[in-house]
Design a protein. Sequence first.
Length: 202
Amino acid sequence: MPQDYSFDDLMARLRTGDDTAAAQVFNRFANRLIELARRRLDPAIRQKLDPEDVLQSVFRSFFVHQAAGQITSLESWDNLWALLVVITMRKCGRRIEYFRSANRDIRREVSLPQAADHSSTDSGTSSDEPTPSEAAMLTETVEQLIKGLEGRHREILALSLQGYTKPEISAKVRCTERTAYRVLERVKGMLEEMRAEIDPAL
């Protein structure tokens, strides 16, 4: 069975609430998303928020919106991965902002009431998620970057998105730090070109 057809079939089954389809998506991406969240959240924040909590919130958000027909642009596994990366990074960013806001700054060791955290980590529709239009734009950007690279260069970008440093990337991919730096500089240039196309004034 062609891979595209299999992916489309899986998305269709997800919209019907198929638990097997949901488990397949979860198992495919869970470990990478936990690692992404772990590297985005510094140790002090991880004392307050477990990366697995972020993971659960990411999938809860995705499944709710996908079942409601609000996610219509998914065409491939790469496309889905890009969307989940966007949601995870947005959730981590919001939680970092939350824990470092003036009256809750964990760097000053202020204890936080447990109840204050429910709306952002437990809800599938909280404000830490991108809107459908933002998600579509961000996902398309990430996917274009991924498609613009091949082989080992694509892996370098993926590891960078997960928060790995250039020395760590070079060790994992077995390339020189110079190669990792060059690839990421190329990605930065691609992003600048995309921004210029969207708004030449930027």
